[in-house]
Ligand binder design. Structure first.
Ligand SMILES: Cc1cc2nc3c(=O)[nH]c(=O)nc-3n(C[C@H](O)[C@H](O)[C@H](O)COP(=O)(O)O)c2cc1C
Length: 325
């Protein structure tokens, strides 16, 4: 594992790995930390508390302290019911966590139709009420990961008014609306507004998230927001796990041997968790849909096609070895 601080323009920045449902579970987080590191905080994919018990089996496995040793993990909760939040937050603090992140960004139709995730942004009064109740319960530190609004970016000033009423430890902003999903470009003018409104608190509270895929992209955000000390990256790191090192060292850090060892650790970890070889192969294929950006040469593209088409784990692993020899 490597550790390094990012010192660019004399400011030391914190780097967070964004939560990606289905990808950044505890097996990924531990393997990532072992082979790459350089992440100050890992956020769990969302936990959606159901009525009755706060966690499903898979969610509980993801936050169990013994699955998260030696890394800084912030559990994320997706709910619009204060009672559900409070129950889950209590269970998590009993496990030793002292901060919970609220998901106000998930754009998925099934989530938004229930008024959760970015659906919470549709009604600032209701949102205010929810926040009032969970902050009044005073269980632990609370941070939030939000989008700009449901349909239009100009919903954001009203949402910001509500967020600013509460002592969030961190406000992570992905400057897109729900309607944008992941399309189009990020709306930096709205992140500018948040920086302006938070003023001196920007450094301790605001975190930027969105579309950083290389060291140059990181540098652009760093240059535009020297006062922002926390940057969260998702797809950029999943696609190129060497990215934190490349940001720190400003050079290409690709190493096939390290990537293969990381890959095999993940494969073995998912097998050990009882997913079964074929399911593990499908899970790994999802990862390749992000990592294929690392392989542009025509012969590599041909192997990637065979990886995508592989029907059995042996063929799959043979092709992966050809790609990463
Ligand atoms: C497949 C996938 C799953 C995601 N799951 C979550 C999640 O569980 N919780 C969350 O807050 N955001 C989730 N996100 C959003 C990311 O955390 C992040 O905000 C988004 O990808 C933008 O950042 P990026 O451009 O650096 O990837 C997900 C995104 C993707 C593509």
């Amino acid at each position: 594992m490597m550790t390094y601080v990012l010192i660019i323009g004399r400011r030391i920045k914190m780097l967070y790995l964004a939560p990606l449902e289905g990808i950044t579970g505890y097996i990924y987080r531990n393997a990532y930390q072992k082979y790459f590191g350089g992440i100050d905080r890992y956020f769990t994919p969302f936990i959606a508390p159901a009525k009755g018990k706060p966690f499903r089996h898979r969610e509980l496995a993801d936050v169990r302290p013994e699955h998260n040793t030696g890394i800084m993990v912030i559990p994320q909760i997706l709910t619009n019911h204060s009672e559900g939040f409070i129950k889950a937050a209590k269970a998590l603090t009993d496990m030793g966590y002292d901060e919970i992140n609220i998901n106000m960004g998930c754009p998925s139709g099934t989530v938004v139709s229930k008024g959760k995730g970015s659906g919470m942004l549709a009604d600032p009064t209701k949102l205010d009420h929810f926040l009032e109740e969970i902050f009044a319960a005073d269980i632990c530190k609370i941070s939030v990961k939000t989008r700009l609004g449901m349909e239009f970016a100009d919903e954001f000033p009203d949402i910001l008014d509500v967020l600013m009423k509460y002592p969030f430890t961190e406000v992570i902003i992905h400057p897109r609306t729900r309607e944008d999903y992941y399309g189009g470009s990020v709306d930096l003018a709205m992140f500018d507004l948040a920086v302006e409104r938070y003023g001196e608190q920007t450094e301790s509270v605001l975190c930027y998230n969105g579309d950083i895929t290389d060291a140059a992209g990181y540098k652009n955000i760093q240059k535009r927001y020297p006062q922002v000390d926390k940057i969260m990256i998702g797809r950029g790191i999943i696609g190129n796990p060497f990215l934190p090192q490349e940001i720190a060292e400003q050079r290409c850090c690709y190493n096939a041997g390290i990537l293969l060892a990381f890959h095999d650790e993940l494969f073995a970890g998912y097998m050990e968790a009882g997913l079964g070889a074929r399911n593990v192969m499908f899970k790994m294929k999802e990862l390749w849909s992000f990592m294929e950006c690392l392989f542009e040469a025509p012969d590599q593209q041909k192997i990637l096609k065979k990886i995508r088409k592989a029907n059995d784990p042996d063929t799959y692993n043979t092709e992966v070895r050809k790609l990463l020899r």
